[in-house]
Design a protein around this ligand. Structure first.
Ligand code: NAD
Length: 269
């Protein structure tokens, strides 16, 4: 059994993560954390998240429950995730991190924990998107320097606060890296007005926000006379929750390091 704690338990992903732990026979939900000022503290997490009584009371602090879990699953905010990394490193816990929207400085700070605890960090925990990443690397090698322009289009629900999505950036890296391109130099994140013709090595990002779209990503390779589109559509957030629980089990066998879902799914090497 892997003892799992979920932080941000009352959030959109928190609720899904609670459900994912209940669907997995090898996972035991042993703690759940909400904001320190939340009126839900002390309530049963299952009753709050629609799973029925689970016998786990919501806590207002990760530190308070630090002895009760093996792996903390954190899909919250960059600042809170970094605080939780410090705590989990200090107390010898593992983490699965799905939070997105880190600044470069915050990413460097996160990287600094790689030799202090085992953690999986992935902007998208779904099996399908991680396979898509592999397909894209193959496609980019074959097409990217042969007159095909690369554009990435993503769509998400109206509540999402960062753009482009962490997944779009992850897919961007998957095509940029084999082509020796740097997204900082060649990524184009806005187009407006008289911007001139497209530069050959650009990787363009377009963002759509609306309604309840769970997450859709298309990578377009547009050439002269033909184009290829590789698309992934998530129809339920449970795919991210299931991936996170799978990553939690996998972490039980790992030493300190920063891992991603490619590691968890055995897609590397
Ligand atoms: P949300 O706003 O519903 O959830 C954020 C949660 O963090 C809330 O429960 C909030 O209470 C909690 N939180 C924030 N500050 C806190 C604090 N100081 N103490 C305790 N709790 C605090 O958002 P969401 O849609 O659930 O997304 C959360 C994150 O997960 C986002 O970064 C999103 O991009 C990411 N996400 C990742 C994946 C993936 O597969 N990696 C999939 C979906 C969403």
């Amino acid at each position: 059994m892997t003892r799992i704690a979920v932080v941000g338990a009352a959030g959109r992903m928190g609720r899904i993560l609670i459900e994912a732990t209940q669907r997995d026979e090898q996972a035991e939900l042993s703690a759940a954390v909400v904001r320190p000022e939340s009126s839900l503290i002390g309530a049963d997490v299952g009753e709050v998240t629609g799973q029925g009584r689970l016998g786990v009371a919501l806590s207002g602090s990760v530190e308070e429950v630090i002895g009760q879990f093996d792996v903390l699953i954190d899909f919250t905010t960059p600042a809170l995730t970094l605080e939780n990394l410090a705590l989990c490193a200090a107390y010898g816990r593992r983490m699965v991190i799905g939070t997105t929207g880190f600044s470069d400085e915050q990413l460097a700070e996160l990287e600094g924990y790689a030799d202090r605890l085992p953690f999986v960090f992935a902007a998208n925990m779904s099996t399908g998107i991680n396979l898509t990443t592999n397909l894209l690397t193959t496609a980019a090698r074959a097409l990217g320097d042969a007159g095909f322009d690369i554009e990435i289009i993503e769509a998400h629900h109206r509540h999402k606060v960062d753009a482009p999505s962490g997944t779009a950036l992850m897919l961007g890296e998957a095509v940029a890296e084999p082509l020796g391109r740097d997204l900082k130099q060649e990524g184009v994140f806005e187009r407006h007005g008289q911007i001139g013709a497209r530069r050959e090595r650009e990787i363009g990002f377009s963002t759509i926000r609306g309604g309840d779209i769970v997450g859709e990503h298309t990578v377009l390779f547009a050439g002269d006379g033909e184009r290829i589109e590789i698309t992934h559509k998530a129809s339920s957030r449970l795919t991210f929750g299931n991936g996170a629980v799978r990553a939690a089990h996998w972490l039980m066998e790992q030493g300190p390091g920063r891992y991603d879902m490619q590691d968890v799914l055995g897609l590397k090497g």
